[in-house]
Design a protein around this ligand. Structure first.
Ligand SMILES: Nc1ncnc2c1ncn2[C@@H]1O[C@H](COP(=O)(O)OP(=O)(O)OP(=O)(O)O)[C@@H](O)[C@H]1O
Ligand SMILES: [Mg+2]
Length: 291
């Protein structure tokens, strides 16, 4: 699938391999993603996006939607740009000095990189769960209450309680923590901490939840709980999950995107990507010949 201007990057400069600015390495117009990059009900829309870290061209002309009520799995070998892609969606790359982001990134049609975009609010609307659970050094209650409080989502202590307990319930953690809400979040098990982080993300009413290898530090039982939870969360949110586990991608996602060396090689229904991929690179990766 191609989009107008797909071979254009960097302020409209044609990147045909000649005359690109130093440090802004060439975008390969020769590389076209196989499959349908569009979602039926897109919440996130990314078009013609490129990212550089200094001279490293980490993402090359990426087009991809993430839709409401779907989980999109992002797979591919280490260093192919999966984390870079999801970090662009809530401007986490703003904090990396060498990072330069180009192209179109939209949340419900709004330009994520608009000058007047409130980045704190953006990060509430597009929540992120990291590889290593990272609860705040605060109580279980305060971990979840912090976001709603700074965003003014509760008018009273009762309303705040409802948000905190409701979010913990949705994250499948309430039963395990309701009698120890004042204990530190860091005292929970790894799997519980990760569900606490999910509760924290949910508490501020996100539209999108991004997960970067959320189970890679967890045992199989904790992993299964998070996977079940992701399936439930899909009813309400658009979800993108980075994973190195093909089994996990197959279990939790409806669409899968395969990245390779900064290119988005192929996107399609998860079942198709794993059983009948169209691109040789995808096939090599999913059959274990590469990566
Ligand atoms: N902060 C950074 N500064 C410089 N280069 C970076 C930075 N973060 C990532 N890169 C580079 O950008 C490319 C993409 O990295 P990214 O972390 O997005 O890959 P990934 O697919 O998430 O890999 P992994 O599976 O190992 O997490 C790599 O070449 C990486 O070295
Ligand atoms: Mg990564």
């Amino acid at each position: 699938m191609s989009f107008p201007g797909a071979a254009v990057a960097n302020d409209g400069q044609k990147t045909d391999g000649k005359g690109a600015s130093p440090g802004l390495t060439v975008v390969g117009p020769e590389f076209e993603t196989v499959g349908n990059v569009e979602a039926s009900d897109a919440v996130i829309t990314v078009r013609n996006s490129n990212v550089w870290y200094g001279e490293t061209h980490a993402l090359k002309n990426i087009n991809l939607d993430i839709g409401r009520n779907e989980v999109v799995a992002l797979i591919g070998p280490s260093g192919c740009g999966k984390s870079t892609f999801i970090r662009c969606l809530n401007r986490m790359n703003d904090t990396i000095e060498s990072a330069r982001v180009d192209g179109e990134f939209r949340l419900d049609g709004q330009d994520i990189y608009a000058k007047d975009m409130d980045v704190v609010l953006l990060r509430a609307r597009v929540g992120m769960v990291f590889q290593k659970p990272n609860p705040f050094p605060k109580s279980i209650y305060e971990n979840v209450a912090y976001g709603p409080r700074i965003h003014g989502l509760a008018g009273s202590r009762k309303e705040l309680d409802d948000i905190v307990y409701g979010s913990l319930d949705k994250a499948g953690l309430l039963g395990e923590v309701k009698d120890r809400m004042d204990e530190p979040g860091t005292g929970l098990s790894g799997g519980q901490q990760q569900r606490l982080c999910i509760a924290r993300a949910i508490a501020v009413n996100p539209e999108v939840i991004l997960m970067d290898e959320p189970c890679s530090a967890l045992d199989p039982i904790a992993t299964a709980r998070i996977e079940d939870l992701i399936d439930e969360l899909r009813e309400k949110y658009a979800i993108a999950i980075v994973t190195h586990s093909m089994q996990q991608a197959a279990r939790v996602s409806q669409r899968t995107a395969y990245f390779h060396l900064g290119n988005l090689v192929e996107v399609g229904p998860t079942n198709k990507i794993f059983t009948n991929p169209s691109h040789k690179l995808t096939e090599d990766y999913v059959t274990g010949r590469f990566g």
